[in-house]
Design a protein around this ligand. Structure first.
Ligand code: ATP
Ligand code: MG
Length: 665
């Protein structure tokens, strides 16, 4: 019998509730982790053979590819699976609808817990085909871009699939964006058609999103048609000839249309980054490479098996929603939960109720949601969650304190989650398409807060930021870069290939530059330290803001923390902390002293915040990430130069933070 070991001694592998053993566990007594190491080495030494066989194994090609990889990072001209032809929708829907038509594809959990519906693969194929006809009828052709500005309803996923079925390129814009942000993205991508709904519902509130589309379209000359899904009964303003009711038109079309044959390198979708560091980039992904990355990480990082029920809490407006709500689970033919609501509605038990109700096996969410739920108290985390095997987190560094809560409270009683290392703290970017550094569930040992090991085909390098030299060995830190190309890497920034080169491939010749800092410890684990802009240098000590924030969050009074650097005459830089406290508690001098002491104790006196501001909220992107650059600018007195803040979720926090800074710590 094979064993997986953890800190408390060997745990028999068959002690876990698992439909079958992890994909990587061999029959030959080789542990899953040994297998990972062997395969990873192969993927680096012989990428052509490795990816060629995985691509044939995971996807159905209507024409086999002639060559696996071409081009180089230096030239920025990479292409994969050339000569190959396939259709993304066929791979996500048709092949499962033919083999297992009654299997559940989408589990729609509506904002109101009592509503919602379930679609089988058979249903999904029918609905996708009907919508494909509608898009064609609206003039959408192969290669055209289509904007999707929709709430998390099954029709949004159907929209993505219908686009790729007919060879159109989808550009999903998060439905919380303002009309200006929507307008800019539609115009940048020259979308012809916009898919939306009359209203959206979230957290018990309705939002008039068609109205936002109408405002945006005043300045979008290219758009000729708008398809409106009727989510509520409300009437909306209507432009005859341009606007069409979704439910009315789909009925006119038959239940099958053949998928378009696409070349592996044909664009699949366009997606704008979160805008944490500046103007959002329209990242372009191609068909074959992206799908291989999505399916491979779904299978090996999340260890998805037939019959699983996957719940990713991310919105389809972000890459997490693309890859792990839609593409990975559907490519692997399992059920995926489409959650329309908010984790706090009708109460903070909502996520856990959904997990229990649908026998969810995998739960994947951003730290921002976990911080919020942790803040609202453990009493909401009830239920058994007996089916849950894998917990994952993505998007930002997760403080070990929050991570511990996730596993101990959310995964409580589920010894297999912690002991079998089925825990994924996943590191990746819009540009990487799928996970690049992450533990493989059921195979990799984990450490709380570590991103662990590179995925197949990823050869990480830690570089010296100043010299660009690679730093070898253990216990080193620097800039995170990748030495080899991988199939799901972005091919370009839409209409700005030079910006693509400047941002990712030119900073360090021959490497893909992530923009993030990282370290490698004595056991070879990678730790993500946050963005390079967020590294503080105090008297020559380099420290990531994430580490100081993690120390602050350990204090039970602190809900969220953001740390930034300010210039200091003596130490070069010094840290300043912005905090929100639990229960909107007022800060006292005692709390302040305790927090400073906490950082001195856990990291060292040099890291201790020079000033602490307690605020009611932090500036966050709409994907929930803290925008530290806004805080830096405010502290520097440059509040008139905040840069692109169109992706702030609540622009009014800026005023309140400026006032807090002016009032003094
Ligand atoms: P922009 O590129 O427009 O500034 P963004 O980088 O926030 O926005 P995304 O592509 O959504 O847009 O996010 C990727 C970034 O998120 C990574 O570069 C990294 O900084 C952060 N990130 C993702 N996963 C993790 C993780 N597990 N740990 C730490 N940071 C992470
Ligand atoms: Mg980025």
């Amino acid at each position: 019998m094979s064993t997986l070991t953890n800190g408390s001694g060997p745990v028999p592998a068959d002690a876990f509730v698992h439909p079958s053993k992890p994909h990587l566990e061999g029959d030959d007594g080789i542990s899953a982790f040994e297998n990972y190491k062997r395969l990873h080495e192969q993927s680096i030494k012989n990428p052509q053979e490795f990816w060629g066989s995985l691509a044939r194994d995971l996807l159905t090609w209507s024409r086999d590819f002639d060559i696996v990889r071409r081009g180089s990072l230096e030239r920025g001209d990479l292409s994969w699976f050339l000569g190959g032809e396939l259709n993304a929708c066929y791979n996500c829907v048709d092949r499962h609808a033919f083999a297992t038509p009654d299997k559940v594809a989408l589990i729609y959990e509506a904002d109101e817990p009592e509503h919602g519906r379930v679609l089988t693969y058979d249903d999904l194929l029918r609905e996708v085909c009907q919508l494909s006809y509608v898009l064609k009828d609206m003039g959408v052709k192969k290669g055209d871009t289509v904007a999707i500005y929709m709430p998390m309803v099954p029709e949004a996923i159907i929209a993505l699939l219908a686009c790729v079925r007919i060879g159109a390129v989808h550009s999903v814009i998060f439905a919380g964006f303002s009309s200006d942000s929507l307008r800019d993205r539609i115009n940048d991508a020259k979308c012809k058609v916009v898919l939306t709904s009359n209203e959206s519902k979230r957290g018990g509130k309705t939002h008039a999103i068609k109205h936002i589309v109408d405002k945006a379209l005043v300045e979008c000359p290219v758009v000729t048609g708008v398809l409106v899904f009727k989510r509520t009964e409300s009437e909306v303003q209507w432009i005859a000839g341009r606007d069409h009711w979704w439910q009315d038109v789909v009925k006119k079309w038959p239940a099958y249309i053949a998928p378009e044959r696409m070349n592996a390198e044909d664009p699949l979708f366009l997606l704008y980054t979160s805008g944490s560091t500046g103007k959002p980039k329209g990242v372009l992904h191609s068909t074959g490479g992206y799908l291989v990355g999505a399916a491979a990480t779904g299978k090996y990082v999340f260890d998805i098996h037939d019959g699983d029920s996957f719940f990713c809490g991310g919105d389809i407006g972000w890459i997490t929603g693309h890859t792990y709500v839609v593409y990975a689970p559907l490519l692997l033919g399992v059920s995926t939960v489409i959650f329309e609501g908010s984790p706090m509605y009708p109460n903070p038990s909502r996520y856990w109720d959904i997990i229990d109700k649908h026998d969810v096996t995998h739960f994947y969410v951003a730290p921002t949601a976990l911080r919020l739920l942790k803040k609202s108290g453990d009493q909401h985390v009830t239920g058994e969650r007996a089916h849950l095997r894998v917990l994952g987190s993505v998007g930002e560094p997760i403080a070990p304190e929050v991570w511990k809560w996730y596993f101990e409270v959310v995964g409580k009683g589920q010894a297999q989650i912690v002991d079998a290392h089925r825990a994924a703290q996943t590191y990746w970017q819009t540009e990487t398409g799928s996970h690049v550094i992450a533990p493989l569930a059921g195979a990799t040992p984990t450490k709380p807060g570590a991103a662990s090991f590179p995925f197949f085909g990823i050869e990480p390098a830690i570089l010296d930021a100043a010299t660009g030299e690679e730093i070898d060995g253990a216990n080193v830190e620097g800039v995170l870069a990748f030495k080899q190309a991988w199939p799901s890497m972005a091919r370009t920034v839409w209409g700005a290939h030079d910006r693509y080169m400047d941002t990712y491939l030119r900073p360090f010749k021959g490497y893909y530059y992530t923009g993030d800092g990282a370290s490698r410890d004595k056991d070879g684990f990678y730790w993500i330290g946050g963005r390079m802009d967020d590294i503080i240098n105090v008297s020559g000590h380099r420290i990531s803001t994430a580490e100081i924030e993690a120390a602050l969050i350990e204090d039970f009074t602190v809900a969220e923390a953001a740390v930034v650097a300010v210039q200091d005459e003596i130490t070069g830089q010094a840290s300043v902390a912005f905090l929100t406290l639990k229960d909107h508690r007022a800060v006292t001098p005692e709390i302040r002293d305790e927090l400073i002491l906490q950082v001195r104790r856990t990291i060292g006196p040099f890291a201790a915040p020079r000033r602490i501001y307690v605020v009611d909220d932090l500036p966050k992107t709409r994907s929930g990430k803290i925008m530290r650059r806004v805080l830096r600018k405010i502290l520097a007195g440059e509040q008139d130069q905040l840069g692109d803040t169109s992706t702030l979720s609540d622009p009014t926090v800026v005023e309140r933070i400026i006032a807090a800074v002016q009032a003094g710590p």
